[in-house]
Design a protein around this ligand. Structure first.
Ligand SMILES: *[C@@H]1O[C@H](CO)[C@@H](O)[C@H](O)[C@H]1NC(C)=O
Ligand SMILES: *[C@@H]1O[C@H](CO)[C@@H](O)[C@H](O)[C@H]1NC(C)=O
Ligand SMILES: *[C@@H]1O[C@H](CO)[C@@H](O)[C@H](O)[C@H]1NC(C)=O
Ligand SMILES: *[C@@H]1O[C@H](CO)[C@@H](O)[C@H](O)[C@H]1NC(C)=O
Ligand SMILES: *[C@@H]1O[C@H](CO)[C@@H](O)[C@H](O)[C@H]1NC(C)=O
Length: 381
């Protein structure tokens, strides 16, 4: 068992980076206050523990927060009509009919671990706006979906309109072959598969809602919708809570679902919209996500290495940007390690330099006494 595999399972930090930086910070602070009186062994111990602490960086759960969708940022993959626009995602255009757009996060989520069958918990919050453009019910559509799907999922051909960019008439016929879970905000009721009226709820491998509540897109047109979708592994409950900025209405739907029976180990997450003859504008304004099941994505097993490193899976290089992220993290980590090494070398040198001065002649501790506070002038206009 390698050290990193020892660390990869039990640690469930929401954000490992914060923990690492906090640790580095406290260690640095420790150096600053202790360098003149501690034997060098302590420094070596701290150094080693810092290095060990870096190892879990290789197995992270996914967590992100996006308050603005920057046109130059590479964290979102845009498909179809979807584009970043003035800090929002504009998912589809309305100057043509039958449009589809998707925006997904570049990093994938580990939903469950096939070896232990552990499931992840996750929580995601997103805000979005639907603009029905003053049209009456039945004359706008078709809605927006937050979805989880296999990592190779792309917009299927002919998935416009009520298919919401997720399925098409071929895949609709074989739900058992689909691996898709969606939280739908469906503004057009397709009599072929939908319940009567506009609705919010869940779709599982098909377009018929598994659980839903009636909803009214006209009533909330242009209002900012705040949705929270959470999954609790222990109860296997998926919850949706939808509230609005300028309306007291709230919608609360939940579904009992074992994600292992629907989704593969790794999924992509994001938003999908579609229009048909009837159109409407869909925008996503912000999005955060956090899950807690760690692991590395297996894309290619390197057969030239031994079995142990073969299980150290290689993360997918998604169109170059992931490589850049990985490179940045690696450089950051190397930089931090180098800084600590320098710091350590410096403090050891300081002690070594002090030794010949004799014992019990440490300089007085007054160097840590605060300077007298400056006289504060209380500003009176
Ligand atoms: C994106 O990059 C272009 C050119 O590299 C720059 O002109 C533009 O200001 C950037 N936009 C943002 C929002 O940073
Ligand atoms: C539906 O999408 C699949 C690929 O996902 C494609 O093979 C199939 O031809 C599509 N069906 C139609 C009717 O376009
Ligand atoms: C939806 O809300 C609009 C505006 O308040 C209202 O005119 C319409 O009757 C509502 N539709 C339904 C089905 O309740
Ligand atoms: C939503 O419903 C679930 C179960 O139906 C309940 O546990 C939860 O407290 C509700 N949340 C809100 C904010 O009403
Ligand atoms: C790598 O090993 C797996 C099984 O261990 C095997 O199925 C696969 O063909 C091998 N790939 C190459 C490129 O040798």
């Amino acid at each position: 068992m390698t050290i990193s595999s020892m660390f990869s399972q039990p640690l469930h930090f929401k954000s490992c980076y914060n923990v690492h930086f906090f640790y580095i910070f406290t260690t640095m602070a420790f150096y600053c206050s202790q360098t003149s009186s501690q034997p060098p062994n302590i420094h070596i111990l701290s150094l080693v523990s810092v290095l060990i602490f870096f190892l879990p960086l290789s197995a992270e759960s996914l967590s992100f927060q996006i308050t603005s969708f920057d046109a130059n940022s590479t964290n979102i993959v845009y498909e179809g009509d979807a584009v970043p626009f003035n800090g929002d995602i504009r998912l589809n255009r309305v100057d043509y009919v039958s449009r589809v757009g998707r925006a997904t996060h570049i990093e994938h989520v580990r939903v469950w671990d096939p070896s232990t069958r552990h499931l992840t918990d996750f929580t995601t919050n997103f805000s979005f706006v639907i603009d029905t453009q003053g049209k009456s019910e039945g004359n706008y559509g078709h809605g927006i979906v937050f979805f989880l799907a296999p990592v190779d999922s792309e917009i299927p051909p002919n998935s416009y309109g009520g298919c919401l960019g997720l399925l098409n008439t071929t895949s609709l016929l074989s739900p058992s072959k689909n691996n898709i879970l969606g939280v739908e905000f469906d503004s057009f009721s397709n009599p072929e598969w939908d319940p009567p009226g506009e609705h919010v709820g869940f779709i599982v491998n098909s377009l018929s809602s598994s659980q839903y509540m009636s909803w009214n897109a006209t009533l909330h047109s242009l209002d900012v919708a705040n949705a929270q979708v959470s999954y609790e592994a222990s109860t296997q409950k998926l919850n949706l809570l939808l509230t609005y900025k300028n309306s007291p209405s709230s919608y609360n739907v939940s579904l009992d679902v074992d994600l292992r029976s629907i989704l593969p180990e790794w999924v992509k997450i994001g938003f999908s919209t579609a229009t048909g003859i009837n159109t409407e504008i869909h925008r996503v304004l912000s999005w955060d996500f956090s899950s807690n099941l760690e692991g590395k994505e297996q894309i290619e097993a390197n057969n030239t290495t031994n079995k142990e490193t073969n299980t150290e899976l290689i993360r997918k290089n998604d169109g170059g940007s992931k490589l850049l992220i990985g490179l940045a993290i690696t450089l950051g980590v190397l930089g931090a390690v180098l800084a600590i090494l320098l710091f350590w070398a410096f403090s050891v040198w300081k002690i070594w330099k002090k030794k010949p001065e004799g014992k019990g002649t440490h300089p007085p501790t007054q160097k840590f006494l605060p300077r007298s506070a400056p006289n504060l002038v209380h500003g009176n206009p």
